[in-house]
Design a protein around this ligand. Structure first.
Ligand code: PEP
Ligand code: MN
Length: 237
């Protein structure tokens, strides 16, 4: 089976941008579009996302291309307001310990991507997943997105070992986010291939078609053509 691939820009930047990228991704066979709406940025002065407008633009991109949409929700209020409109809800690393939010997405009947916390152990991550499953939602996709280590040349360190660990200890799917792990675009292809070789069920990758002007995380974005090269390798198996 081909891996699940979720691709798209770090942030939804405009209606035109997200529709344009959605079309390019659909053209290379991508079924899931990611795009940040409410951004949990480490620096409060960085671009914070277009919020509700971003959700509207994602829905428009879905109407036009048929691609399914994935976005992060940060608060219980946002879950109440927007969850029904989105195909897969993302819970970001910074919210892995936000148990009240996890309980709320646990009440939904829809897939939830639970990203590993910045320095979370496997045990803490799986306990977080139980806050979702204990409320009835077993449709959980765990996402390894790199962990904090002493290395400063890369944004984080991709923990490949998480893949066999999660496979051994849960029935959940595990996907890998090489973008936030590596933080450097030249590493995305080798890390994607490594993740799939280690047994990951899929990848979530930041893709932009105008990287120079991207409003967030441009150092780690790859182009749709570069994504196509990865697909040609990971879809072979
Ligand atoms: C993201 O996927 O947009 C993101 C902010 O990732 P993380 O929560 O892993 O930092
Ligand atoms: Mn990002």
């Amino acid at each position: 089976m081909n891996p699940i691939i979720i691709a798209g820009p770090c942030s939804v930047e405009s209606e035109e941008q997200i529709i344009r990228i959605a079309k390019k991704l659909k053209d290379i066979g991508i079924e899931y579009l990611r795009g940040g709406s409410f951004k949990a940025r480490t620096n409060p002065d960085s671009f914070q996302g277009l919020g509700e407008d971003a959700i509207k633009y994602l829905i428009k991109a879905k109407e036009i291309t048929g691609i399914k949409i994935v976005t992060e929700l940060l608060t219980i209020e946002q879950v109440h307001k927007y969850a029904d409109l989105i195909d897969i809800i993302q819970i970001g690393s910074r919210n892995m310990y936000n148990y009240e939010l996890l309980k709320e997405v646990g009440k939904l009947n829809k897939p939830v991507i639970l990203k590993r916390g910045l320095s979370a152990t496997y045990n803490e991550w799986l306990n977080a997943s139980r806050y979702i499953s204990n409320n009835g939602n077993n449709n959980i996709i765990l996402c390894e997105r790199g962990i904090r280590t002493f290395e400063t040349e890369t944004r984080n360190t991709l923990d490949i070992q998480a893949i066999p660990y999660i496979k051994k200890h849960t029935n959940y799917k595990i996907i890998v986010d090489p973008s936030h792990a590596a933080g450097n675009n030249y590493m995305i292809k080798p890390m994607s291939i490594a993740a799939i070789a280690a047994g990951a069920d899929g990848l979530i990758i930041e893709v932009h078609d105008d990287i120079e002007h991207a409003l967030s995380d441009k150092e780690q974005a790859i182009t749709p053509d570069e994504l196509k090269e990865i697909l040609d390798i990971v879809n072979r198996g």
